[in-house]
Ligand binder design. Structure first.
Ligand code: URP
Ligand code: ZN
Ligand code: ZN
Length: 464
């Protein structure tokens, strides 16, 4: 199968020019002006941007959490991602405490195998790491799992102590791999939650009110200090606020290898959402919690100024009926997480480029190129170049849509609400190709399945 994308404006993290792109099989074969080649399929990209497919480096499909499972599995989640212009997700395999991380990886392969429509990789959530299990980390790297998430939050569930952090950080550093940190002081937050519960405070808003930004900043500070001593590249996931960003900036100024990600919900939503009528606030119960609105502009600025390097969704959907309502009696029982994998590209283009906060190259960088570079996918993915996978989005910078659960173009996630209900966005992924296969075209999905597991490279290595 060959595809010719004609007359588009090709935008990468570095370039911006008009050209045709010829795809042979799964990869880009030629880029040039007025290419005179025959192709099985021709796509006219006049007045459209032609950008690398989005890479969402933080999704949770089929994750057991909070007494239930996240509502999207690898079939529905990757399909929704494709609708939104994302062509690679990096999801999280989970180590069961006391068991092998390799067993966790097998479990996640079984969940994903044959189901995905776009390509995917795995980070490994490490829940314990005694000395005798440290060699597993090299075996994970050889299996293409070159990043490991550890949690300072969720005591009794995913939380690990500082000794475990240090051991895992040291080993990851020696192996040339990366650590991801859920940075929140979960031990103190649990005490604050106990105080609230003791005082009879059970509504969803108390989720937001029991997780101060200082406790996130403290986690960021501590994990950076441990990473510095352990000599491992660090990646702070889902950074939500100015307090935490200050810690990242300070460390980067000293030359520490720390990169931070934020998420669309911290850029578009704020803690007032917890104060909605009745149980509505449960839709936004995620960790870290939504913050005071003024933080949003600080995060946008952080993205434009390269203090924040990526935007990922932390897509972890739970339906209001049958899942979020497990916490009807107490916010402590509401499963943490929200949907978003489908909306990221449009939201960030709209808030970033359309609203004048960043240039279009930076949009491509934070949604595709930077995650590819951070997580060992570049240059196979994350750019438009001869030899790269033909993961390409023909993007209409002028098309406006209103995101809604009821809008059949904006909601394919298996979740009974949209976190961005009623948001009008300008910028739309019209044609989506994954390794040369057209997945989305003319507002319909034309290909199902075919996504592959991608073995990722180590830090500083290229993936070809
Ligand atoms: O609320 C969230 N973020 N749920 C997913 C798990 C995590 O901490 O990333
Ligand atoms: Zn987390
Ligand atoms: Zn997450």
């Amino acid at each position: 199968m060959s595809v010719l994308i004609k007359n588009g404006r090709v935008v990468t993290a570095a370039d911006d020019y008009h050209a045709d792109i010829y795809i042979e099989g799964e990869r880009i074969a030629l880029i040039g002006k007025d290419l005179q080649v025959n192709a099985d399929k021709v796509i006219d990209a006049t007045d459209r941007l032609v950008i690398p497919g989005g890479i969402d480096a933080h999704t949770h499909f089929d994750l057991p959490f909070g007494g239930t499972h996240s509502a999207d599995d690898f079939e529905t989640g990757t399909r929704a991602a494709a609708w939104g212009g994302t062509t690679t997700c990096i999801d999280f395999a989970l180590q069961t405490k006391g068991e092998s991380t390799l067993k966790g990886l097998d479990t996640w392969h079984a969940k994903a195998d044959g189901k995905a429509t776009i390509d995917y990789g795995f980070h490994m959530i490490v829940t314990d790491m005694p000395d005798e299990r440290l060699p597993e980390m090299e075996r994970l790297a050889l299996a293409g799992v070159t990043s490991y998430k550890l949690f300072m939050a969720y005591p009794g569930v995913l939380y690990v102590d500082d000794g475990t952090l240090y051991r895992a950080f040291r080993q990851a550093g020696e192996n040339g791999t990366r650590i991801q940190m859920h940075a929140e002081n979960g031990i103190v937050i649990d005490e604050i939650i106990k105080e609230a519960v003791r005082d009879g405070k059970f509504e969803p808003k108390w989720h937001g009110l029991t997780r101060p930004t200082r406790m996130e900043a403290e986690g960021v500070h501590r994990s950076i200090a441990i990473a510095e001593v352990a000599k491992v590249p660090l990646y702070i996931v889902h950074l939500s606020c100015s307090d935490a960003l200050d810690e990242v900036k300070r460390a980067r100024m000293r030359g520490v290898d720390v990169i931070a990600e934020t998420c669309p919900h911290y850029l578009f939503l704020d803690m007032d959402y917890y104060f909605q009528e009745g149980f509505e606030g449960a839709k936004y119960v995620m960790t870290p919690a939504l913050r005071e609105k003024w933080n949003q502009e600080v995060l946008w600025q952080g993205l434009a100024m390269h203090h924040l390097e990526t935007v990922a969704t932390d897509h972890c959907p739970f339906c209001m009926v049958g899942q979020k309502d497990l916490g009807k009696e107490s916010f402590t029982k509401i499963p943490n997480g929200a949907p978003g994998v489908e909306n990221r590209m449009s939201l960030i283009y709209d808030g970033g480029v359309h609203k004048g906060r960043m240039i279009v190259n930076r949009f491509v960088e934070i949604t595709s190129t930077s995650p590819a570079k951070c997580f060992g996918l570049f240059p196979r993915k994350g750019t438009i170049a001869v030899g790269s996978d033909a993961d390409i989005v023909v993007f209409n910078p002028n098309r406006t849509e209103t995101i809604s659960y009821d809008n059949k173009r904006t909601h394919h996630m298996n979740c009974d609400y949209s976190a961005y209900e009623g948001f009008e966005v300008t910028g739309w992924s019209e044609v989506v190709l994954s390794r040369g296969r057209v997945i989305i075209e003319d507002d319909s999905q034309v290909t199902q399945g075919g996504g592959q597991f991608i073995k990722r490279a180590r830090c500083g290595e290229l993936l070809r």
